[in-house]
Design a protein around this ligand. Structure first.
Ligand code: F6R
Ligand code: MG
Ligand code: MG
Length: 364
């Protein structure tokens, strides 16, 4: 048995209840039933944020493992059957192919996985968002791992003082680049300030070389070549003992930042931190939500979760998000509430623009 444990978070929207707002309990039941039949796993936890099912899995098979990905695929297929039976909205929408072909990544579902040797104590947080895209993690990951105004550990903890290494993906051109913080701070910001194009994939401790964070960076619309909703990303953060404290990892969400997504994947809106119970986007199919579940991993078992954003100390953030949402909604179809044109390319807007193609005349 491998000394290392793999933590895999795999998610998909395989049918909304009602519309695009939530997951029907029968789908979650089905996912639990199918996972409990598997002998591949050390442990699992099934949850949802909005209309996305999130499978949190521990196992010894490493990342990108065919059997594990096949298992998740089969679970989503099984849930799709239930969704079809109940005629749930968009049943099977994130499963872009009929059959599994080795790695679930290019097939629609979002994946974040990391492999590590369990520390003496292993606290992790699984962040899961609905009605937004992978770049939504850029701002909070930057705050957690690079901003001393957020993470005091960067200043006063000798185990953190060397800083962190960031792996950034160009999700449009499928390329990656590394930055070493704090030296490359200004360079990193050139790129991650454009979250629709550049996404933080992973973060590593410079002191130990250990992986600290990984996120899903699949862009569903780019894969499908058409509008299929936003990607609704997930992100794993390991905490404590030379990594951000749990409270330092949660702190960036106290100040809701603007993310792309919301109604029809076409709007800018505040990312509202909520409990799982409050994670069903309603107003204008939003505003975008983020949930944070904390687990202690003990010999491969998931001890938890703690539903962190249920805490009253995030009430103010929710209030602020509602204020921002109110303000933005008044702009209606105008930018910057509506996304800029280049980001609207993979929405349904080009279809309606098409009819004006031949009506434009030269300005003499
Ligand atoms: C956003 C999202 C929803 C839908 C909207 C329209 O990611 O999924 O906001 O885009 O409810 O859905 P359709 O076109 O299916 O009626
Ligand atoms: Mg949906
Ligand atoms: Mg969703």
């Amino acid at each position: 048995m491998s000394e290392k444990i793999t933590l895999s978070v795999i998610k998909a929207d395989v049918g909304g209840y009602v519309g695009h707002s939530s997951v029907h309990p029968k789908l979650l039941e089905k996912a639990r039933e199918l996972l409990s039949e598997s002998e591949l796993l050390e442990d699992f936890y099934v949850t949802h944020v909005g209309d996305d099912i999130n499978l949190i899995l521990t196992h010894r098979n490493g990342i990108d493992n065919k059997e594990i990905h096949q298992l998740a695929w089969d679970v989503f297929k099984g849930c799709t059957e239930v969704a079809k039976e109940l005629k749930l909205y968009g049943a099977g929408q994130d499963l872009l192919q009929d059959a599994f072909s080795g790695n679930i990544k290019g097939l629609g579902p979002g994946v974040a996985e990391m492999e590590f040797v369990e520390r003496k104590s292993e606290p992790v947080i699984i962040f899961m968002a609905d009605k937004t895209e992978p770049g939504a993690w850029n701002f909070p990951l930057y705050k957690m791992f690079a901003d001393p105004f957020n993470t005091i550990g960067l200043v006063i903890d000798p185990k953190m003082h060397d800083g962190f290494k960031f792996e950034v993906h160009d999700v449009i051109n499928n390329k990656k680049v590394f930055f070493s913080l704090p030296e490359d701070l200004y360079d990193l910001l050139i790129f991650i300030g454009a979250p629709g194009h550049y996404c933080i994939k992973s973060v590593y401790s410079k002191k130990t070389g250990e992986i600290a964070s990984v996120s899903s960076t699949q862009r569903l619309n780019l894969m499908a070549g058409r509008y299929v909703g936003k990607d609704d990303p997930v992100c794993i953060v390991r905490c404590q003992s030379g990594l951000p404290a749990v409270g330092e990892a949660l702190e960036p969400f106290a100040n809701p930042h603007l993310v792309s997504g919301w109604m029809r994947g076409s709007h800018s809106g505040p990312l509202m931190p909520v409990s799982v119970k409050d994670s069903n986007p309603t107003r204008f199919d939003g505003p975008p939500r983020v949930v944070a579940l904390g687990f202690q991993i003990a010999k491969g078992k998931l001890i938890g979760p703690q539903d962190f954003f249920a805490d009253v100390s995030f009430d103010k953030a929710r209030e602020m998000a509602n204020e921002i949402a109110n303000y933005l909604r008044k702009l209606g179809p105008f930018e910057p509430h509506r996304l800029h044109l280049d980001e609207m390319e993979y929405t349904t807007l080009p279809l309606v623009m098409e009819k004006f193609k031949d009506k434009f005349e030269e300005i003499k």
